[in-house]
Design a protein around this ligand. Structure first.
Ligand code: ZN
Length: 356
């Protein structure tokens, strides 16, 4: 049997007795499974492994009188099913609240090695830019802080309005302050281990240092705002606020997936007046950020960013996630590379490679 010398039950895995010599590990249909043909001693052993986490799997087997041969046979089955994982080695510093105690177990479920703290340590080394800090942008920053992202760069010099106030967000004393200063103060108080920098450059944060940039915009994403990010190969995510819905996406992996211009060109194909309408929308008043929409959109957008940082494929790659009231459920609309944009054709010099 090929396995690491020291194994433990994957944290967070429920071990359930089904009776008749059957034990079920896990309840999520993606990975739960049933072991059959177990003796009473073996059932007791697996129960102990789940309840007494400080005792090794081997020690528990010996205590319950499970023969070594059967122990190894069952452990092999559990290892192959991903229920037994290596005892984790130490990881780098974690900036998530409570040293990641709330999130490490769940994040570990998404890794073959079960090491959720390693995911959090990796997030602590990442930098995300957040441009536009109304309710939804502030919510995204807060979500990323709670999720343990190490550094944020904020940009939104506009003064905070009363419509930006939210429970857990900006407070009445923040009205009139530059939004990025108010949000920085909020995060300094709530997430003191995270580094937060404000960028006063009207062009936005310096993209070179950023792993991902999120841009919140009213009415319609403006392709010109994203050209620099696209050219520098910085993954980015527009979040567009409309009358009674918000659109998260597409998540742009430069050179690899549809960009903001691709979506704009497709819209112009469907409605030849779109360019004229978009021009008018860019001078229209910013819609307010309704509380439920802002919360769902912020969580959805933060989830896309975290998927990217954690090495997963964000659902908004090649899609716009539309969240409309009253349902408030994200609905994916495909966003394909547009032939007239050409952004997914990698240049001959190889620029754009290395983006994951
Ligand atoms: Zn494009």
């Amino acid at each position: 049997m090929t396995r690491a010398p020291l194994l433990r039950l994957r944290p967070g895995t429920p071990v359930l007795s089904r009776g008749g010599g059957q034990v079920q590990c896990g309840s999520d249909p993606r990975w739960s499974f049933v072991l059959s043909g177990l003796t009473a001693a073996e059932e007791t052993w697996l129960g102990e492994v789940a309840e007494r986490r400080h005792v090794t799997v081997e020690q528990a087997a010996a205590r319950c009188g499970v023969p070594a041969e059967r122990r190894d046979e069952i452990m092999t089955a559990l290892f192959r099913a991903g229920v037994l994982v290596p005892v984790p080695r130490s990881v780098g510093a974690v900036t998530a609240p409570a040293d990641g105690a709330a999130d490490a177990t769940v994040l570990g479920m998404l890794r073959p090695d079960g090491a959720g703290l390693a995911t959090l340590a990796d997030r602590a080394r990442r930098t995300v830019g957040v441009v536009g800090l109304g309710r939804v942008g502030t919510g995204i920053a807060q979500q990323l802080a709670t999720a343990g992202v190490g550094r944020l760069v904020l940009h939104d010099p506009l003064p905070a309005q009363v419509t930006d106030l939210a429970a857990g967000g900006l407070r009445s004393g923040d009205v009139g302050r530059a939004r990025h200063d108010a949000v920085r103060s909020l995060l300094a108080e709530r997430a003191p281990r995270m580094t937060v920098r404000v960028d006063d450059d009207v062009a936005g944060p310096d993209p070179a240092e950023l792993d991902v940039v999120v841009v919140t915009e009213p009415h319609a994403a403006h392709p010109a705002r994203y050209r620099r990010l696209l050219g520098l190969g910085v993954p980015h995510l527009p979040v567009v606020v409309r009358e009674a819905d918000m659109v998260v996406g597409p998540f742009v992996r430069p050179g690899l997936s549809a960009c903001v211009t691709c979506v704009d060109l497709a819209r112009a194909d469907a409605d030849r007046e779109w360019p004229a309408l978009a021009t008018q929308l860019r001078t229209a008043a910013e819609p307010t950020h309704e509380a439920t929409l802002a919360a769902v959109a912020a969580a959805t957008a933060a989830g896309q960013v975290l998927a990217q940082l954690d090495g997963h494929r964000p659902a908004a790659v090649g899609a716009c996630l539309e969240i409309a009231l009253p349902a408030g459920l994200p609905r994916a609309r495909p966003a394909d590379p547009h032939p007239r944009c050409g952004c997914v054709v990698l240049p001959a010099d190889g620029a754009g490679t290395g983006i994951t």
